[in-house]
Design a protein. Structure first.
Length: 96
C-alpha cells in the first residue's frame, strides 16, 4: 500500500512512500515540519519525512483499524482514533 505525493499543477507523481501493510485511511501534512502522518488498517500510525522520503516512526498500540490521525495544531503530538474504541495521543517531540 502506497502514499503517492503529487504535483497537481504538473499532473505527475513526485514520489511514493511505502510501508503500510493494509489500506491507508488518513494522510495529513504537518504545517511546519517536513512530515506526513498516516493511519492504516494495519493498526499502525506512521510518521514520514517527505523531504528525506522515509519513515521516521511506526507507532503501534491500536488493536484494530486506525481510522483517523491528525497532528496537534500547536504541540508536537499526534492523535489517532481506532475501531478498537480508543483514542491515543503520541508525543513526537523527540523526533524533531
Amino acid at each position: 500500500y502506497k502514499i503517492k505525493v503529487w504535483n497537481y499543477k504538473l499532473r505527475r507523481c513526485l514520489f511514493t512512500l511505502l510501508g503500510h501493510l493494509d489500506y491507508i485511511r488518513t494522510v495529513q501534512f504537518h504545517h511546519e515540519y517536513p512530515w506526513i502522518v498516516s493511519s492504516s488498517d494495519d493498526q499502525t500510525v506512521r510518521l514520514w519525512d517527505w523531504q528525506a522520503r522515509n519513515c521516521l516512526s511506526v507507532l503501534t498500540g491500536h488493536n484494530h483499524y486506525v481510522m483517523s490521525v491528525q497532528f496537534h495544531p500547536k504541540d508536537d503530538m499526534i492523535v489517532s482514533a481506532s475501531l478498537d474504541q480508543t483514542v491515543r495521543v503520541w508525543d513526537v517531540s523527540g523526533l524533531k
